[in-house]
Design a protein around this ligand. Structure first.
Ligand code: PMP
Length: 398
């Protein structure tokens, strides 16, 4: 009898497991539309020119690698704040935001979840139905009971906003509401700024805790446009959480560059919150890694590199939009008569295609086209070379 005799085999991660299956597939025509990764027109993961330039600067400076402070590289945290709240934000000037560097957006969510568990241990967490798979697991593992608020409306091919709002308006005070700031994963459907105002009113009236997950800033309609919701929360005078990820927007997935920002009531409160965030970090991984944060800080804090980043990000955003339009065209050309124009109204990397699990299984089995069983496909992985093949395959299973 070994110590691990009773350890059960855990299920594979639904999305990363799909990757393993894709890698093992010998079909030469296979296309991976499963994982949320942006690939360029040649199907390659890009290394942004602004990142390369920043890395060259960092290499030339031959920086040593001491420990970073627990809350991360100060110039990075400041750059994140400027990006998320606007450099001339009054709450930044008032010292009302605690920002810590985190291991990707996931790390930001996890530090926030662990902190919330200390502050409000009996709160329930509500995530959208459906949501990014890891939201539920992450908040459950942090010790919370996780429920959902209605979001996707399959018939309408959009958001069931009335049901969402009704749910928020019935939630108990202190309930933590995880909201996708933009480019909703997996559906691709976002709510309008007028609808955000109603969400904010509900959060305020019910005393809810908003946790905004911003993993795709710049992939929807633009950096400022996608971040506008943050300004709406600030204007409402709310305390709230924002997790930031640069995995996609800098194509720095493996560097694990993200952050958590907590908006507080006062400078003094911010100091107390920051001190607790640091304990969460110290007792988990002590302090974050150096490289990715230095790259991002260098880009964001150097005007020429920042301009280059904005251009490269716009390039990724516009290419995705072009692929959405091209997919619709090719599907129509392949004989699809159902209404598929919703693909072009969705935002971000994903499209909730409406395809069923058996259809997704056929796509994988017969065509080597890998999407998630929920029908989610990553449109950011489409390109001129694989588009026709993917559209034909989808048309055949529809
Ligand atoms: N939130 C959402 C909604 C995401 O889609 C992702 C990435 N798939 C993350 C958070 C996590 O991002 P990261 O890879 O930076 O941890």
């Amino acid at each position: 009898m070994t110590l691990f005799a009773a350890v059960e085999m855990a299920p594979r991660d639904p999305i990363l497991g799909l990757n393993e299956q894709f890698n093992a597939d010998t079909n030469p025509a296979k296309v991976n539309l499963g994982v949320g990764v942006y690939t360029d027109e040649n199907g390659k993961l890009p290394l942004l020119a602004c990142v390369k330039a920043a890395e060259e600067q960092l290499l030339a400076a031959a920086r040593t690698r001491g420990y970073l402070p627990i809350d991360g590289f100060a110039a990075y945290d400041k750059a994140v704040q400027g990006l998320v709240f606007g450099a001339d934000s009054a709450i930044l000037a008032a010292g009302r935001v605690a920002t810590v560097q985190a291991l990707g957006g996931t790390g930001g969510l996890k530090v926030g979840a662990d902190f919330l568990k200390r502050v409000n241990p009996n709160a329930t967490v509500l995530i959208s139905d459906p949501s990014w798979e890891n939201h539920r697991a992450l908040f459950t593992n942090a010790g919370f009971t996780v429920g959902t608020y209605p979001y996707y409306d399959a018939d309408k091919k959009g958001v069931n906003f009335d049901a969402m709002l009704a749910c928020l308006n019935a939630a108990e005070a202190g309930t933590i509401i995880v909201l996708h700031a933009c480019c909703h994963n997996p559906t691709g459907y976002d709510i309008t700024s007028a609808q955000w105002e109603q969400v904010i009113a509900a959060v305020k009236a019910r005393g809810l805790v908003a946790f905004l997950d911003m993993a795709y800033q710049g992939f929807g309609d633009g950096i400022a446009e996608d971040g506008a919701v943050i300004g709406q929360f600030v204007a409402a005078g709310l305390d709230f959480f924002v997790s930031t990820s640069f995995s996609k927007s800098f194509s720095l997935y493996g560097e694990r560059v993200g952050a958590l920002s907590v908006v507080c009531e006062s400078k003094e409160e911010t100091a107390r919150v920051l001190s607790q965030l640091k304990i969460v970090i110290r007792t988990n991984y002590s302090n974050p890694p150096t490289h990715g944060a230095q790259v991002v800080a260098t880009v964001l804090n150097t005007p020429a590199l920042r301009a280059q980043w904005e251009e490269e990000l716009a390039g990724m955003r516009n290419r995705i939009k072009a692929m959405r339009g091209a997919l619709v065209e090719k599907l129509k050309a392949a004989g699809v008569t159902a209404d598929i124009d919703f693909i072009t109204t969705q935002r971000g990397m994903f499209s909730y295609s409406g395809l069923t699990k058996p259809q997704m299984e056929r796509l994988r089995g017969e065509f080597g086209v890998y999407g998630v069983d929920s029908g989610r496909i990553c449109v950011a992985a489409l390109n001129e070379k694989n588009l026709g093949y993917v559209a034909d395959a989808i048309a055949k299973v529809m």
